[in-house]
Design a protein around this ligand. Structure first.
Ligand code: SDX
Length: 424
């Protein structure tokens, strides 16, 4: 452990430097205000770490992403979503019996309480699924009082994690079928996670194509965690107040909804359709994205951390070709997406700003090919990110972290006296 010296107002203080297992360094400013009266400001927290974590490592310059040390490429190729969820939450790859037990815990707790079904039934069919998921998740708190305590036992915590993974999957299928006027199919404990989801969504009796289920499983793996992004930081903030896990995850869903974050996968599809409806001239839209007077942004491009290719986008782009060929789908939107990428990657505006395709750029093409409606794409991101949020929440609570409470610099009116209405 080394220190840095900070000279302020003629005073020099020493602040400790911490170094992570991958050589990342941070200045620990815990005592800054007490010793200097100063706080720091960092718009969007681009230079500020909120915690130390053992869950996910990413290197934006090198395009590296690892869950508990395992490269995302290997997990996407060799693992499955529930095994990756176990890895994220418990910190190790499960034995066969541990994985079977975790799968069973999810399957045994995937059914929704009748009261929650009534909540979903009460939504209009054109309700956005993210609002439904957020409400359902917070609403589950009314049905499991035994899981609301600030201090859950390890088994209660594990049950809550498994239950949320299962019930969110079921809620997605239940709501989609209600919007289609169909009777929702119940979860089937004999099917793996992704097959069961597709079976419930599209009312199949186990006829789900194994390659299609595998493609979905890979997508869920790729979305499973991504260190301290906007929604995960929200989960940590809410979790730090010792709010129950349902409220904590519901807050994460709300943060993910934004088009600058998880909502981008829906925005990408809408952008591609806009370009297609405008005649398909994607070069024109590259120009719009560069025009500061035009609010148009190239959705699915750019990232706060990745200043090189998002490794997930590379894998998803390859999966696009495989899935569309398997399903014999010819989607002109994929060609528009590839054209946009090709143009942007050689355009100085994007090159200088290191703007590359991110996880959301191609994922919607696959979801669309699977028959998932565009307004449910961000719900698919929720399904994938759930184990990451839950792992980060578990790590936060086990760390005994203090409640999140940032400071500010006040720039408003200085003291003034109240003025009666007749004198204003
Ligand atoms: C996710 O953080 C995570 O880990 C998130 C995520 C995860 O797994 O949790 O990876 C998932 O949210 C991926 C990102 C999905 N969002 C989008 O695809 C929306 C489009 N992208 C942008 O809005 C933007 O790139 C962000 C929000 C992703 C990042 O924003 P930053 O880091 O605040 O960057 P910025 O807005 O300051 O942009 C820097 C420059 C600006 O130009 P200048 O002012 O320097 O001239 O790049 C430009 C921006 O105008 N820019 C873009 C652009 N993204 C950035 N210009 C055109 N199109 C874009 N998409």
């Amino acid at each position: 452990m080394s220190n840095v010296k900070l000279e302020l107002d003629g005073k020099t203080i020493e602040l400790p430097v911490i170094e992570g297992s991958e050589g990342e360094k941070a200045i620990d400013i815990t005592k800054l205000r007490a010793e200097t009266g100063y706080v720091t400001i960092d718009s969007g927290y681009g230079n500020t770490g909120s915690c130390t974590s053992e869950i996910t490592f990413l290197d934006g310059e090198k395009g590296i992403l690892r869950y508990r040390g395992y490269p995302i490429e290997q997990l996407a190729d060799k693992s499955n979503f529930v095994e990756v969820a176990y890895l994220l939450v418990f910190g190790k790859l499960p034995s066969a019996s541990e994985l079977a037990e975790f799968n069973k815990l999810i399957a045994d707790n995937s059914e929704l309480p009748e009261g929650v079904k009534k909540i979903i039934d009460s939504f209009p069919s054109d309700a956005h699924p993210m609002g439904v998921l957020s409400s359902v998740t917070a609403g589950l708190s009314a049905f499991y009082p035994e899981l609301l305590g600030a201090e859950l036992s390890a088994s209660e915590q594990t049950k809550a994690i498994a239950q949320l993974m299962g019930q969110t999957k079921t809620a997605m299928g239940y709501f989609f079928n209600k919007t289609q006027g169909k009777t929702p199919k119940s979860t089937d404990a004999n099917l793996d996670y992704s097959t069961d989801f597709l079976s419930m969504m599209f009312n199949k009796d186990g006829e789900v194509d194994a390659d299609v289920a595998k493609a979905l499983d890979v997508l869920l793996i790729l979305h499973a965690d991504h260190e301290q992004n906007c929604s995960t930081s929200t989960v940590r903030n809410v979790g730090s107040s010792h709010a129950n896990v349902f409220a904590t995850i519901s807050a994460g869903i709300d943060a993910l909804w934004g088009p600058l974050h998880g909502g981008a996968n829906q925005a990408v599809l809408e952008m591609l359709e806009e370009i297609q409806n405008d005649g398909g001239d994607y070069k024109k839209f590259i120009g719009k994205a560069k025009d500061k007077n035009d609010s148009f942004r190239l959705m699915g491009f750019g990232h706060r951390v990745y200043k090189n290719f998002d490794p997930r986008a590379k894998i998803i782009k390859k999966a696009c070709d495989v899935v569309l060929e398997k399903l014999d789908v010819k989607d002109p939107l994929l060609n528009i997406a590839k054209g946009l990428e090709e143009e942007a990657l050689k355009d100085p505006y994007f090159v200088e700003r290191k703007l590359y395709p991110n996880v959301d750029f191609y994922s919607g093409i696959i979801y669309k090919a699977l028959g998932i409606p565009t307004n449910m794409f961000t719900g698919m991101f929720v399904l994938g990110r759930l184990p990451g949020w839950l792992a980060q929440w578990k790590e936060l609570r086990e760390s005994g972290a203090r409640i999140a409470r940032p400071r500010q610099i006040y720039t408003g009116a200085t003291e003034r006296n109240y003025v009666d209405q007749n004198e204003r």
